[in-house]
Structure formats: structure tokens, C-alpha cells
Design a protein around this ligand. Sequence first.
Ligand SMILES: *[C@@H]1O[C@H](CO)[C@@H](O)[C@H](O)[C@H]1NC(C)=O
Ligand SMILES: *[C@@H]1O[C@H](CO)[C@@H](O)[C@H](O)[C@H]1NC(C)=O
Ligand SMILES: *[C@@H]1O[C@H](CO)[C@@H](O)[C@H](O)[C@H]1NC(C)=O
Ligand SMILES: *[C@@H]1O[C@H](CO)[C@@H](O)[C@H](O)[C@H]1NC(C)=O
Ligand SMILES: *[C@@H]1O[C@H](CO)[C@@H](O)[C@H](O)[C@H]1NC(C)=O
Length: 366
Amino acid sequence: MGISLLFLIFFISIHCHANNDSNKYTSLFCFGNSYTDTGNYVILATPTVSEIWINKLPYGMTFFHHPTGRCSDGRLVVDFIAQKLGLPLVSPYLAHNGSFLHGANFAVAGATTIDTAYFLKNNLTTQQLLNSSLNFQLGWFDELKPLLCKSRKECKAYFSRSLFMFGEFGTNDYNFILQGGMSLHQVLAYVPEVIKTISLAIEHVIRHGAVSIVVSGQLPTGCVPLFLTLYASPHKHDYDEETGCLKSFNYLALHHNTLLVELLKQLRSKYPQVKIAYADFYNPVLNLVQSPERYGFSKTPLRVCCGEGGSYNWNITKICGMPGVKACKKPSASVHWDGVHLTESAHRYIAASWLNGPYADPPILA
Ligand SMILES: *[C@@H]1O[C@H](CO)[C@@H](O)[C@H](O)[C@H]1NC(C)=O
Ligand SMILES: *[C@@H]1O[C@H](CO)[C@@H](O)[C@H](O)[C@H]1NC(C)=O
Ligand SMILES: *[C@@H]1O[C@H](CO)[C@@H](O)[C@H](O)[C@H]1NC(C)=O
Ligand SMILES: *[C@@H]1O[C@H](CO)[C@@H](O)[C@H](O)[C@H]1NC(C)=O
Ligand SMILES: *[C@@H]1O[C@H](CO)[C@@H](O)[C@H](O)[C@H]1NC(C)=O
């Protein structure tokens, strides 16, 4: 009797512990681009870029009520994950404010996976690139680390309770290469280079003690209003009949994701002590585009909330944040916020599908 009561108490306490989301991780570190950036781009670009549209209202209108440097009307997927884990929203590292003991966000809008210097050296883009590619983000992590923990033992203990998130990565690489004049077919040849760079970054944080890692794939870029507009086709067969998305761009994203899943499989067998999750960004967004009303969205999911003109309410000459460009009345009913990025309500759905499944393998809270 005494023994079984003890067991029961033991079981209840284990059970409580497992269910306490705020206990699982004590810090969150993020790498990525505008889908993850919580303010780094604005800090990095301020000295050189004269007008930063993402730093103007209506960006931030829904949750923060002012622009924060996030490319949305409110919270991003990482914000919902931080909140669910009971952590503060992850501060942009370049703000250099606070201790970052609960984590830091190294993601920068516009960041590429492949080294910035590689783009310049190979004349792959005509865009002006900031020093924000994944290797720079890892350099910032290395710079911060001595302020988080000192000895090997201390770092091991500290990072054993940290969650590392990578992604989304790839969209900027492929977009810059395309805009540099290559065909979508030629872009396919760069996918292995992008995947290899992600792989090196994951191994970098593992060497520093990371044991819980989430890596996100690409979203269905063929459903992104910017691509739908810039690469509009006169041929009906270029579009998916059901969704109206561009088939070739979705094919590129699927190819990227296939190689990424394969990579993660290899890394899991190389580092069996590390929990490496694949976060599927493609299927939850596709769900919203295929059956928007089922998830509480309006029935025109490819129509941008904040924008003006064109078939998707998006025109590059009048983008969100520019004077006079307005947001729709109810952003929570839109999937797409500004033509590239998603709304807070889309992020909430994606975050839930990664935390509890079915779109992260394994789910973050599993
Ligand atoms: C969960 O963990 C937090 C932080 O350690 C603690 O404050 C809270 O009381 C815990 N909740 C439960 C239900 O155990
Ligand atoms: C640091 O600055 C960022 C952006 O400037 C802000 O979002 C964040 O709340 C700040 N963090 C602290 C701990 O003050
Ligand atoms: C780089 O590309 C631009 C335009 O695409 C071209 O004019 C220029 O000559 C190229 N430079 C080199 C070094 O290849
Ligand atoms: C980027 O970094 C390189 C060296 O890594 C430096 O030469 C260059 O000036 C930097 N560019 C910017 C825009 O800061
Ligand atoms: C975008 O707006 C400009 C200026 O109003 C116009 O000339 C152009 O045709 C528009 N493009 C699309 C794709 O609607």
C-alpha cells in the first residue's frame, strides 16, 4: 500500500513535469530570414538603407500595435513557440540589450543561406546584400556564447535546456539567383549547396552542445503572391488547378524539402544523442491555401492583406509600409500579409502544428 502510493505520487509528478511546457526549455536560439527575424534587419540596415518599409505601420498593427521589425501584422511562428514554452519573445541579437540568457534571435530578413561573399564573387545577384548570411549568424552565436556559459560542463548543462531553430532557409538564395538572371531550372543546381550550408550550421551548434534542434523546410513558394506576380504565366498549365499556385516554384520547394529531410535523417544517425526535428512549412501553408474556410480564413487565400493592385492585391511599386498602402480590415482572415510573409493568424496555425503535430517530426512538445 505504502509503496504503491509512493509510486502514484512519483507518476503524478513525472506526468506534471512532462506536461509543463514552460519547464522543458529555458532558452531559444533562432537562425533564419524574414520569416524568423524579430528586428535584426532593421538594426543592420538602418545605416545604409534609407527607407525601411517593414519598420512602418501597418506592420505590427495586430499584436504589438507598432512596427518591431517583424515581417507581419503581429507575432511570428517563433513568437508563438516562445510563448508556449513560457519564454520571453526572443530578442534580436543585434539589439545587444539584455543578457540573452533566455535565448537570442540571429535571423535577419533578406538573409541567404549561402555566404554573402559567394553571391558577390560569382556575380549571382544584382541586389545589395548585407552581411547577414547563415555564417554571419553563426559568428554572432559564437560571439555571444562566452556570455552565456563558461566551462565545457556549464555550457553542456545550459544548452541541454536550449531549443535551436533553423529556418526558413532557401527562399532568398533562390530568389536572388533568379533575379540575377538564371532560370528556375538552373536554380535547382544550387539546392545541394544550400542544404550543405544548413548541414554545416547544424553541426556547428551540435559541437557547441545543442541537443534539441528544429529545422524548417520551405513553404510552397509557388503560392507566394510576389512570385505569382513577378513570374505570372500566360499558360494555364503552369498553375495548379486546385490552388492557383505556380507549379514550378512549388516543385523547387518540394525538391529542397526532400533533400533537407534526407540530410536530417543522416544527421540523426550521426548524432543519435541529438533530437533533430523537421518542421514542415509546406503542408500547413498549403492547407490554408487549399481549404482556407476550414481554418477560419477568407476564401481568397492568395490575396494579400496589406498591398495594392494587381491580381493578388500586390504590386511591387506599392508595397506594404509605403505611404497610402493600407491593410485589409480583418488581417486575421488573410493568410498572406504583405505579398511574401504571412499574417499572425497563419503563424499561429503553423506554430500549433509544429508544437503538437502533425507538421513537425517529432513535434516540439513531444
Ligand atoms: C511550470 O513551470 C514553471 C516554471 O518553472 C512554474 O512556475 C510552474 O509553477 C509550473 N507549473 C506546473 C503546473 O507545474
Ligand atoms: C531589446 O530590443 C528589442 C528590439 O529593439 C526589443 O524587442 C526587446 O524587447 C529588447 N529586449 C530587452 C530585454 O529589453
Ligand atoms: C555580372 O553580371 C552583370 C549583369 O548580370 C554583368 O553586366 C557583369 O559583366 C557581370 N560581371 C562579371 C564579373 O561577370
Ligand atoms: C561584409 O563583410 C566583409 C568581410 O567579411 C567586409 O569586407 C564588407 O565590408 C562587409 N560589408 C558590409 C556591407 O558590411
Ligand atoms: C503595378 O503598378 C504600376 C504603376 O501603377 C503599373 O504600371 C503596373 O502595370 C502594375 N503591375 C501589375 C502587375 O499590376
